[in-house]
Design a protein around this ligand. Structure first.
Ligand code: GLN
Length: 476
């Protein structure tokens, strides 16, 4: 089939992954042609957006291509986690999620930009330059998985994988108008994922709609003997259908919906979605998560840096990527880490090392672990009365590049609403619920452990009712 006929059936901006799979199945396009169509789209739009750190030119499968965040190890393809310290590191093995994508016939189309070691909320902390938001290139795509989210919304990949420690799938999906799932902790293997905070890190899908998101999740989830924290899914993934929400009990946690700093336009869009849910048959009630929201962020910024300081100890100039020589072994390690790490990982290593140091351990790390248990219990209590909790995903729509870059605390507040449920190990789905000032607003749906099917059903029903157009206005 010639190039022109491919482009007439493949509009990468609009095509869903499910539709793309249908085209391949009916032999209307080949996998290679599909791959080429996305590469062409990237050639056109990626110079401006910088979603990709590298593209794979040769199709390596006959299915629907997938983009992978650059914290996901890929055999033979450089994997840097957005850091200079991993420049030139080419894994000799596939992460389990990359292997499962390949086994399902999905060619890897490229590796997407990320804040360095997934530490950030805007993708501005990438050592390779920021990604821009396809809705407005003056604005950030969110982070840390801004590359994956922007690639999907700009039609440079039909779907993508990200990783989420405290919001890095949900928040960029919100800011770019995508559907993104942070799965229940333990449902997706972390084998071969560049570790940030191991008790929180989860890989998950980013897509144009809920069905695509569920489909990609079904391909990567389940027990992996290489990651002992994984389990078999208690029930198979069901692709959602229909718009009926009768019988569903939706809780609206006051603190997550009324937190300081939530923009009025965000609140309006979220309330509209809640009203729609009611009209689709759901029962809606108020609930409380007082301590989760009050202490969640502080607790996260002890536990995540503590784990990061330990995980990042392995970058010593000997085993991976960059080495800067010195007079002695010690000097070589010092220089390598000084040159190789950017400011944010250094900040986290210092925070984490401090929180773990003798004399402070109980007061900081130990106390944060106890608060984490309180957060999990508060959520569990809410799920005795409700099936799903809803809130905005991000307090704001996409902000301007540079707006928060100089103020780490302002940046950390971007994740105020996503972090508590991550601390509790719970799944969360972002579903676009409208626009504010011409930019996407994301609705966060949180469920108990292993409730992904309920989140998909709720998200799909709302998505149909809302009718959000995921193609950025300026690209239509
Ligand atoms: N923005 C949060 C942080 O900087 C979360 C990042 C993530 O989920 N990887 O830690």
């Amino acid at each position: 089939m010639g190039v022109s006929s491919v482009s007439s059936v493949v509009d990468t901006l609009r095509l869903t992954a499910e539709e793309a799979a249908g085209l391949v199945e009916r032999k209307e396009v080949t996998g290679a042609e599909l791959h080429r169509a996305y590469l062409d789209a990237a050639a056109e739009r990626d110079p401006e957006l910088h979603c990709y750190l590298r593209l794979v030119d040769e199709p390596n499968g006959d299915g629907v291509p997938v983009a992978l965040k650059d914290v996901i190890s890929t055999h033979g393809i450089e994997t840097t986690a957005g850091s200079k310290i991993l420049a030139g590191y080419v894994p000799q093995f596939d992460s389990t999620v990359a292997a499962r994508c390949k086994a399902a016939g999905l060619p890897i189309i490229g590796k997407t930009n990320t804040d360095e070691f997934a530490m950030g909320s805007s993708t501005e902390n990438s050592a390779y330059g920021p990604t821009r938001n396809p809705w407005d290139p003056e604005r950030v795509p969110g982070g840390s998985g801004g590359g994956s989210a922007a690639a999907v919304s700009a039609g440079l990949a039909p779907w993508a994988l990200g990783s989420d420690t405290g919001g890095s799938i949900k928040q960029p999906s919100a800011l770019c108008g995508n559907v993104g799932l942070r799965p229940t902790y333990g449902t997706v293997s972390r084998y071969g994922i560049v570790a940030f905070a191991s008790s929180l890190d989860q890989v998950g899908p980013v897509a144009k709609n809920v069905r695509d998101c569920a489909l990609l999740y079904s391909l990567i989830a389940g027990r992996d003997e290489r990651d002992s924290t994984t389990v078999e899914l208690p029930e198979p993934v069901r692709l959602p259908e229909g718009e009926d929400l009768s019988g569903l009990r939706i809780g609206v946690p006051k603190e997550l919906n009324e937190a300081e700093g939530i923009e009025p336009g965000v609140t309006t869009a979220v309330q509209n979605a809640i009203e729609l849910a009611r009209s689709l048959g759901a029962e809606v009630g108020e609930c409380e998560l007082p301590r989760s929201v009050e202490y969640g962020l502080a607790c996260y910024y002890l536990i995540a840096p503590a784990e990061a300081s330990s995980n990042l100890a392995r970058y010593d100039g000997v085993r991976y990527g960059l080495r800067v020589d010195g007079e002695s072994y010690r000097e070589m390690v010092e220089r390598t880490r000084d040159v190789g790490f950017g400011d944010e990982p250094k900040r986290r290593i210092m925070l984490g090392t401090y929180a773990l140091s003798a004399g402070y351990f109980d007061a900081f790390y130990g106390q944060a672990q106890k608060v984490r248990t309180v957060i999990a219990r508060e959520h569990a209590a809410a799920f005795e009365r409700f099936d799903v909790l809803v809130s905005p995903t991000s307090p704001t729509v996409a902000f301007k590049l540079g707006e928060k870059a100089a103020n780490p605390l302002a940046m950390y507040l971007s994740d105020l609403l996503t972090i508590p449920s991550c601390m509790a190990g719970l799944p969360g789905l972002n579903v676009p619920c409208g626009l504010s000032e011409g930019l996407p607003v994301g609705l966060q749906l949180i469920g108990p452990q292993f409730s992904e099917n309920t989140l998909f059903r709720t998200g799909h029903a709302l998505e149909q009712a809302i009718g959000f157009d995921p193609v950025p206005e300026r690209l239509r």
